[in-house]
Design a protein around this ligand. Structure first.
Ligand code: ZN
Length: 193
């Protein structure tokens, strides 16, 4: 029996905005998107930045155009959500993506996505995509998401922001906290979202 392993794909590691340039060639210029895949389990996508487009291309190249899996969104800043409409498997009937993350500023996660994927900002709405996309407001604590056990915790940033720890079965756990900052008042407390 082999040791359980999880494959971690770093499709986007940049903050704030995509930044393609020779200087960024080593790690790429796409924004936050890390994918956890374990054979036999539904994948977990960590953030939906512009790197998500490359993951979609990888899936299609691998003959997997119909996607079934989950995305954990840390927060709604552009660099963490902007890749969603460019994830080509969402153009395939039969794809299913469940998106989990914090409600923020009085908006459900779904309402927040509907606010930026709408004309005049973007011509395609969530409802226009052929795939079945579910949105789920997540709370702090332990959750079962797909085939993974997930621990969710608020972290200091600007607006409601979560960090995640993900574990498939008794395999290794992976912690993902991309935007974590010292509060401006130097306290250790997490600002309410
Ligand atoms: Zn941020």
């Amino acid at each position: 029996m082999g040791v359980a392993c999880v494959n971690i794909g770093f499709y986007g590691v940049r903050g704030s905005t995509p930044c393609a340039s020779d200087a960024n060639r080593r790690y790429g210029g796409n924004t936050a998107c890390v994918v956890l895949e374990q054979p036999g389990c539904e994948p977990i996508i960590l953030d939906l930045g512009t790197g998500l487009r490359l993951y979609g291309e990888d899936l299609i190249a691998a003959g997997r155009p119909a996607f079934r899996g989950h995305a954990l969104v840390t927060h709604m800043h552009w660099d963490h959500v902007q890749g969603l409409p460019f994830f080509k498997p969402l153009l395939t009937d039969g794809s299913r993506l469940d998106v989990w993350g914090p409600a923020a500023d009085g908006l459900s996660l779904r309402a927040a996505f509907d606010r930026f994927m709408v004309p005049p900002f973007f011509p395609v709405t969530i409802a226009d995509l052929p795939a079945d996309i579910g949105f789920h407001d997540l709370q702090e604590g332990s959750s079962r998401i797909g085939d993974a056990d997930v621990v969710t915790m608020a972290v200091p940033h600007i607006g409601a922001t979560f960090g995640y720890r993900v574990q498939f079965g008794d395999g290794p756990s992976v912690a993902y906290l991309p935007d974590h900052q010292q509060p401006t008042d130097d306290s250790s407390a997490v600002a309410p979202g």
